[in-house]
Design a protein around this ligand. Structure first.
Ligand code: F6R
Length: 254
């Protein structure tokens, strides 16, 4: 199901309210988080909303991020751990022991991958998974062609993804070639999934998703099989969808 918002800002506000409710849940709650420019206004809204609600303890919350670059430690400004500390965790005082990301600087990557999927399963799986999408349809760093039954694994990043993410690095040669990502099977086991897609530069990706069969060459298309997946778009990303689809799913809710 799609939800089309007039702007990225409204989509971000709506998503932040969902995350806030999950994070303040009175029962154990496991949330899957993502990084990237799509999420920046989401986390900015979330921080503002949580801070205005007064001190919180998040006792029931554990978060697992989708992915991390191989070879970057948590102090590296382009590591996803650094991103999460800067864009969310440090602002709301979420303790380290409640937040998990794959460790891109570990010595035994295979062991790290196996441990990560198991740690999620030991918590009873993800209650909610937040996703962005790459222009080539990747979710997490599951690039086109990734088997739908994959668990946490190491991937070689596609040239397109390295170009897309190169904007965050001073020099293209510094963009890591590999990453650890949650697998498609891990993502599909989440009880609820929200895929956020914003900006005109993703409009073709949205159309490709819309037209795609469930196909490993369009990783996000697996969500068409998920019983509780929602695709949240801003108007700019929705522009190439058929007009009746845009109208049918338009929302003002924010
Ligand atoms: C990030 C992630 C990626 C991004 C995707 C979109 O943790 O898993 O799949 O969500 O590459 O990135 P942005 O939002 O920067 O366009």
């Amino acid at each position: 199901m799609y939800l089309v918002f007039p702007t990225h800002a409204e989509l971000a506000r709506y998503t932040s309210q969902k995350l806030k409710t999950l994070m303040l849940s009175a029962v154990p709650t496991t949330v899957g988080l993502a990084t990237g420019s799509t999420m920046e206004p989401v986390y900015a809204n979330l921080i503002q909303s949580l801070q205005s609600a007064g001190p919180q303890d998040f006792k029931q919350l554990v978060s697992f991020n989708l992915d991390e670059y191989v070879g970057l430690n948590r102090q590296h400004p382009q590591s996803y751990r650094y991103y999460m500390q800067q864009h969310l965790f440090d602002h709301i005082g979420l303790p380290d022991e409640q937040t998990f990301l794959p460790d891109g600087s570990c010595t035994d990557i295979d062991e790290q991958c196996a441990w990560y999927s198991q740690a999620i399963q030991q918590r009873g799986g993800l209650d909610f998974q937040l996703l962005g999408i790459g222009t080539n349809g990747h979710i997490g760093f599951n690039e086109p062609g990734t088997p739908f039954d994959s668990r946490t694994h190491v991937v070689e990043l596609s040239e397109q993804t390295r170009i897309d993410n190169g904007r965050f690095f001073d020099d293209f040669a510094e963009v890591p070639t590999h990453a650890i990502t949650l697998g498609i099977a891990d993502i599909m086991e989440a009880k609820e999934v929200w895929l956020l897609i914003t900006g005109e530069h993703k409009a073709q990706t949205v159309l490709n998703y819309h037209r795609s069969a469930v196909d490993e060459n369009m990783p996000a298309s697996v969500l068409k099989r998920h019983p509780n997946a929602h695709i949240l778009l801003d108007q700019a990303a929705a522009t190439l969808l058929p007009a009746e689809v845009q109208t049918h799913y338009r929302t003002q809710a924010a």
